[in-house]
Structures are given as C-alpha cells and as structure tokens.
Write a protein that binds this ligand. Structure first.
Ligand code: HEM
Length: 452
C-alpha cells in the first residue's frame, strides 16, 4: 500500500469519480485505500491486481452495486452469484455461440440500413434535420438489434419507450449508488415514483414479448439453429428446469439492459473520436471502400476489416463503456502486498488502467495503431499483460455478450462510416459522464453529411 487519503472523498467520488480515480493513481500509486465517509475502499490499478480479482480468485470477489437496479435485473445473470449464476450462465451462453451469431449479422446490418434511410429522409426534409443526437440514435439502434436478434421481436415504437425506461432506471440506480442513505424503493418519493414507472414500462414490454412468443407457432422446426435466446429460456421454463416466470423476466431484462447501452456507448464515443481525428477517419474509410466498395458488410468480411476493429478497440481504451467494476470481499485476502479485510470493497477501473502511463505511452492520444497486433476485440496488443486492457472484464464473469458486441459494433460502424460523416455540432462541449456506463453528458449532437 503506498498511501491513503484521510477521509471525505465521498463527495468527490459522487461528483467526479473519473478525476478522483485518475488523481488517486497519479499521486498515491497503484493500490490506494481511501475512505468514502466511514467506509474504506481499495482501488487496484495494476493489470496483475485486476487479474487477481477477475481471474485468479474470482470466487472471493462478489458482485457489488447491482442492488441499486435490483427491481429491474432481479436475480439475472449479471447480478447473481454461486450455483444460481453458474446454472444461468450455462443456459444462456449457448445463445452466443459462433454459429448462432453468424446468423444474426444480417439483422444487424438491416437494422442499421433502416436507421440510415431514416437519416436520409431527415436530410431531404431540410430545416435542421441534419442535426441529431448520435447517443440517442445508437441507443435505439442497439436496443432494436438486441430485441430482434435475441428475442425475435422488432420493438418498433417500443424501442423508444424501452430506451427511455431503461436509461431512466440506470440513471436513477446509479444516483442511489452514490448516496449513503438510500430510501427504500417502496417509499413514494418523486425519484422512486419515476423509477417505478420505468420498471412498469419495461415489465409491460417484456410481458407482451413473452405473450406474443407463447401464442406464436413453434419455431424450432423451421429454424435449424433451434430458435433464439427467448426460445431457449422458454424451453427451460416449460420443462421446469428451475426457471420460474420471474427468473425468465429477470433474464430478459438483464440481457436487454446489459446488451444495448454498452454497445451504444462504444459506437457513440467512436464517432466522437473519429470526428476529432480526420486521419484515422480517412484510414477507416479507405479500408471500408477497399473491402466493401459500398455494399453491406457480412460475417465473412470481419477478418478483412482490421482497422475498423482497431478503431473500436482504441475508442474502448479511452472511453470504456463500463468504466469501473466494484466487488465485495467474501473473505479477507492479500493483493499486491496489502491485506484487505473481509466485507471490504475493491474498485477496478478500465478507464484508469487503460490510461496507465507505464503501460500505454502517451495515454491520452487516440491512436488505433496501438492495436495493430491485437487479434481479438477484448484483448490487448501482443506482448502486453492480459489485464492492461479489459473493457469486457475477464475470467468467469467476463461479458457473455463479448462476441455479439464485437460483431455488432464492427458491422454498425462499417455500415454507417461508409455512408455518413458525423461531426459534433460546434460549440458543444463533450464531457464523459459516468453512470453505470460512460455516457457523453448532454448527449452528442452531430451534423450529418452523406458521403457521395
Ligand atoms: C461494447 C459492448 C459491451 C461492453 C463494453 C460490455 C462490458 C461488460 C462488462 C465489463 C461486464 C462485467 C460486469 C461486471 O463484472 O459487473 C459485462 C457483463 C455482462 N454483459 Fe456485457 N458488454 C457489452 C455488450 C454486451 C452485450 C451485447 C450483451 C448481451 C446481448 C451483454 C451482456 C452481458 C451480461 C449478461 C453480463 C453478465 C455476465 C455474467 O456475469 O455472467 N454485454 N459486460
């Protein structure tokens, strides 16, 4: 342990956690104990410490923080532990198998093409239609894609209502997480009432999705892959495999919640960075033109689009959609020479480790070339420690949607960047705002320009 803050970092942690974490590492070192009011918290910034928590001794580090979105995710995959988690993971993981993912690529590019048609309509309509919020557009697109590929439903108008409800619940949940005194969800404060309305909206959307699927003809026969994630969950429910109606609902909302905002943020920050780095934008367009020549990308094209991958990786280095992970110790443990007592919390942060100057020269610079020697979206460049880069976490609790997200982000970026240039509206100041995901505070208003 190199140093400790005295007391009272709680206010700062709430107001600007990213600056606090960066400053703590720069001034106090790689392993910092600080107090948030009366509660000690340990921050671990080195890749080997991250590896210890996520990969070497994960059973001792319990998920923390999800209690603030419990009414939404319940005991879904992301928040559960132990045998219950293992069983759910075994059930859900096959939905993301390579063969199944390949069958989803077309839906992803079709949904993106529909969005681009809408953008063209706006451009033709004139009167300011060329300005839109890229953050919102990406959120609606990724929610629509998760809905169509995993739950077989075009959310249509519900994508807007769903996006509003999910993002409200995440925002209010994160707000709760930063407070010492949390008013129980049942007390009708204005915030709790808004929170509960968000949950009601999502419940309605999920229940109508479940109703529609149950009324539909069985799909297994005409679908050689054996149906989508919703079919798999429903089948487990019907054979009484420990999946209750409530668990079904929890898993659908967990996957929707975990699966849309993260990818939307990755794309949104990528457009922001490309706008500020015309050379990288040009290299990206050259690759897309050379490989695709204007047609929609397919699964077969993915290995031939290395620069597109590198741009996304570098964007998730600087703006990892999940900027911090919190864990609570089941038993006391020793990390990097420090003894951490049972029940204490540790924080690991892709945002800070991805900027560690011992690992990343000139860390604030956007340079996709850093990832030239990486092969997979979730891995660092060759020769670097595994946990120098971990936007999707790692170990047994690694993101179950990592390959889905890698494919989706590449296909969406390739489709959009071939046809449109997005430039941030002059004068709009963009500040990363940490909630459960890292969002651009005040959105990302961009001006569209169609590429001839
Ligand atoms: C760029 C996009 C994405 C990023 C950066 C990302 C990142 C992460 C991270 C860091 C975790 C670990 C959270 C923790 O330990 O508390 C996680 C878990 C998870 N993610 Fe993702 N994710 C992405 C996309 C997706 C997608 C597309 C889906 C589903 C369609 C998804 C579903 C999940 C689920 C269910 C978990 C919990 C897994 C478990 O605990 O077993 N994610 N993700």
């Amino acid at each position: 342990m190199r140093g400790t803050f005295p007391f009272g970092c709680a206010k700062e942690m709430r107001a600007d956690p990213l600056s606090l974490l960066l400053r703590a590492r720069a001034s106090l070192g790689d392993l910092v104990k600080m107090h948030l009011g009366p509660y000690p918290i340990y921050m671990l910034f080195r890749p080997e410490h991250v590896e210890h928590v996520l990969q070497k001794n994960p059973a001792n580090y319990l998920k923390d923080g999800y209690e603030h979105v419990e009414p939404m995710v319940g005991r879904g995959l992301i928040s559960s532990e132990g045998e219950h988690w293992r069983k759910q993971r075994r059930l859900i993981q096959p939905a993301f198998h390579k063969k199944r993912l390949e069958g989803m690529a077309r839906t992803m590019t079709d949904a993106t093409a529909t969005m681009l048609d809408r953008w063209r309509e706006r451009l033709r309509g004139g009167s300011g239609g060329e300005v839109l919020d890229a953050n919102m557009e990406m959120s609606r697109l990724t929610l629509e894609i998760v809905g169509r590929t995993l739950f077989g439903s075009a959310l249509g108008g519900e994508a807007n209502r769903g996006e509003e409800a999910l993002s409200l619940v995440f925002r209010l949940g994160f707000d709760r997480a930063g407070r010492f005194l949390q008013i129980p969800f049942g007390v009708p404060t204005p915030k709790n009432l808004r929170y509960r309305k968000g949950i009601r909206d999502m419940d309605e959307i999920v229940h109508s999705m479940l109703r529609a699927r149950r009324q539909a003809a069985p799909r297994g026969e005409e679908d050689p892959a054996g149906g989508d994630l919703l079919d798999m969950l429903l089948a487990a429910h019907e054979i009484g495999d420990g999946i209750t109606e409530k668990q079904l609902r929890d898993e659908v909302l967990t996957i929707m919640g975990a699966g849309y905002e993260t990818t939307a943020r990755a794309l949104c920050w990528t457009f922001y960075l490309l706008d500020g780095h015309p050379e990288a934008a040009r290299s990206l367009r050259d690759e897309l033109e050379g490989v695709l020549g204007g047609r929609a990308p397919t699964v077969e094209d993915l290995p031939r689009l290395p620069y597109t991958r590198m741009v996304l990786q570098e964007s998730m280095r600087l703006f990892p959609p999940v900027w911090g992970l919190s864990r609570r110790l089941k038993e006391a443990d020793e990390v990097g020479g420090a003894r951490i007592p049972k029940g204490n919390r540790v924080i690991i942060s892709p945002y800070v480790t991805h900027r560690h100057p011992d690992l990343w020269p000139n860390p604030e610079r956007f340079d996709p070339e850093r990832f030239r020697t990486a092969t997979l979206m979730d891995r660092p460049p060759r020769g670097m420690p595994r946990y120098a880069y971990f936007p999707f976490s790692g170990g047994p609790r690694q993101c179950v949607g990592v390959n889905f997200a890698a494919m989706e982000a590449t296909l969406v970026l390739a489709t959009v960047a071939q046809s449109f240039e997005l430039s941030v509206v002059p004068g709009h100041s963009v500040k990363p705002e940490p909630s459960f995901t890292l969002r651009p505070g005040n959105g990302l208003p961009v001006r569209l320009r169609e590429i001839a």
